[in-house]
Design a protein around this ligand. Structure first.
Ligand code: SF4
Ligand SMILES: [Zn+2]
Length: 356
């Protein structure tokens, strides 16, 4: 994090990306602030989502060393967050979308004071250039009350809420990725958001460490088809990486885990195009920076990463279909050992093709 208010760090970055909702490229500013600690993380004393290093990181930057067993809220007061917000928006440069991420859920007051939540809505509503505000929330913390509060203040500005659902497969979602998200509750929250005119953004994960490349690809394709059938506005593919200081780093160093092949990501982009899924591929960077990210081989990585970046920017898949490299055969052998093909738009298939 490169900025700070009285020693408390925060960050903001600008990026252009294709928006499946507006169907053109938009400028997005992303503000990252150290919230008071993901409630879900704190309630489970850290035994959650193995890919997320943000809650302990925000605890560290706010509380300092020797607080590994501290699970009460470590939120700053509203004034700190307002100063971070003001500084991040002070250049008055126009952009279309503002994402405010706090490494947890935006709505619980123990993560971000309610007065700050309202402040964000009011300030965003004043800016005619900002068309869309995006925040994230764990499903339990998405309530009619909070959504209506946001919508009323935001007025004509769109509100998008992101949920880290990750996988339709119960075992992958709730055991491997430790999300503990109940499918029925998830679907109810989506319906609630759709009823209130809130745009729905869902993260889908590629390659839980317990899965082979073939299983991972198959279950991600199932998840995308399912989410598309629910009518969500955008599905963001989150590709596994290796966060520093985690068990996964130990597994990775021992050669027991490989982040997904870029070929698998290319396959997913192609399937999304064929089936008109509102897919965006998330960046491979994170806070704190990963130790390893998705890759193929040294001779094609740079070119293929460039093509994926081009897709992020334009949604163009023309060049993607003709990509090749000698390493593709190795990937192909790994995924050919199982049926990767799926029949989309048919709910029965999701139940038949569970990963096990
Ligand atoms: S992924 Fe989301 S729910 Fe899980 S620990 Fe991180 S912030 Fe909390
Ligand atoms: Zn290669």
């Amino acid at each position: 994090m490169t900025h700070s208010i009285k020693g408390y760090p925060f960050d903001y970055t600008d990026k252009q990306k294709y928006s499946p909702v507006y169907q053109h490229s938009i400028n997005q500013r992303t503000l990252i602030i150290p919230g008071g600690g993901c409630v879900y993380y704190r309630a489970n004393k850290g035994d959650v989502c193995p890919f997320c290093a943000f809650p302990p990181f925000s605890r560290y930057v706010i509380k300092g060393d020797n607080h590994e067993d501290y699970f009460d809220s470590w939120a700053l007061t509203g004034d700190f967050y307002k100063s971070m917000f003001n500084q991040a928006l002070s250049d008055r440069k126009p952009f279309d979308k503002l994402a405010v991420f706090n490494g947890g859920s935006f709505f619980p007051n123990s993560e971000l004071p309610n007065e700050f939540q309202e402040y964000v809505y009011r300030e965003v509503a004043k800016r005619s250039d900002i068309k869309q505000l995006m925040v994230e929330a764990y499903p339990t913390f998405i309530s009619q009350k909070k959504l209506i509060q946001a919508k009323e203040i935001l007025s004509s500005t769109d509100l998008m809420v992101g949920i880290g659902f990750e996988s339709l497969d119960e075992r992958v979602r709730n055991q491997y990725l430790k999300k503990r998200i109940d499918l029925k509750q998830f679907e109810e929250k989506i319906k609630l958001m759709q009823r209130l005119g809130v745009q729905v953004f869902i993260y889908a994960f590629l390659k839980a460490p317990q899965l082979t490349e073939a299983q991972a690809l198959r279950e991600t394709l199932n998840t995308l088809a399912y989410l598309n059938n629910l009518g969500v506005d955008e599905i963001a593919l989150s590709c596994a990486f290796v966060p520093p200081g985690t068990n996964l780093e130990t597994q990775f160093n021992a050669g027991q885990f490989r982040p997904p092949w870029l070929w698998s990501i290319i396959e997913i982009i192609k399937a999304a195009k064929e089936n008109s899924w509102p897919l965006s591929v998330g960046g491979f960077e994170d806070t704190p920076p990963p130790v390893a990210t998705p890759n193929n081989c040294p001779s094609c990585d740079e070119h293929i990463l460039q093509q994926i970046e081009n897709h992020r920017l334009t949604n163009n898949t023309q060049q993607i279909s003709s990509l090749t490299c000698q390493c593709k055969e190795q990937w192909q052998t790994q995924v050919d050992n199982s049926e990767v093909s799926i029949k989309t738009h048919n709910k029965v298939d999701y139940e038949l093709i569970q990963t096990s």
